[in-house]
Design a protein around this ligand. Structure first.
Ligand code: DQA
Length: 150
């Protein structure tokens, strides 16, 4: 059985739909999961979609991805701007990772301009809402199995 792409969502992303909809949109986390699953299926891939408010749990999932995932999509939420632990876990993880943000972090408060985890990412997609996750799946598909995506 082919390994899935882990889609890891950090703190407060469970509140999507009701949390600052003018910034993050009206779609829920479950809408986002369904969208990712559809996109992955169209590319012959599988996603394992998860969310946690706990840094340690996210670190454990990244460690698990070392052996169990084909790729990683990470929206670390606010941990993006604080977590050396997530960076270290990603640096120790040999599978390709794409960093995603729903909002354009560079047009927001200065403290959001710095990402600790970008150093470990193949690429970063931000500002395109839920579409960014689909773009990340396409990017990973092209990385994992060239020829499957454009
Ligand atoms: C976010 C941006 C972060 O700055 C913020 O803390 C989030 C969500 C995004 O998806 O735009 O929780 O990662």
């Amino acid at each position: 059985m082919a390994k899935p792409i882990y889609v890891l969502n950090g703190p407060n992303l469970n509140l999507l739909g009701s949390r600052e909809p003018e910034v993050y949109g009206k779609g829920t986390l479950d809408d986002l999961r369904q969208r990712c699953e559809r996109k992955a299926k169209a590319l012959g891939l599988k996603v394992d979609f998860r969310q946690s408010n706990h840094e340690g749990e996210l670190v454990a999932w990244i460690q698990e991805a070392r052996t169990d995932a084909a790729g990683l999509i990470v929206n670390a939420g606010a941990f993006t701007h604080t977590s050396i632990a997530m960076l270290d876990a990603l640096l120790a993880c040999p599978v390709p990772a794409v960093e995603v943000h729903l909002s354009n972090i560079f047009t927001r408060e200065p403290f959001r301009h710095r990402s600790y985890i970008s150093k470990a990412a193949e690429g970063v997609i931000c500002g395109f809402g839920a579409l960014g996750y689909e773009l990340a799946i396409e990017a990973l598909a092209a990385t994992i199995s060239p020829g499957k995506a454009g």
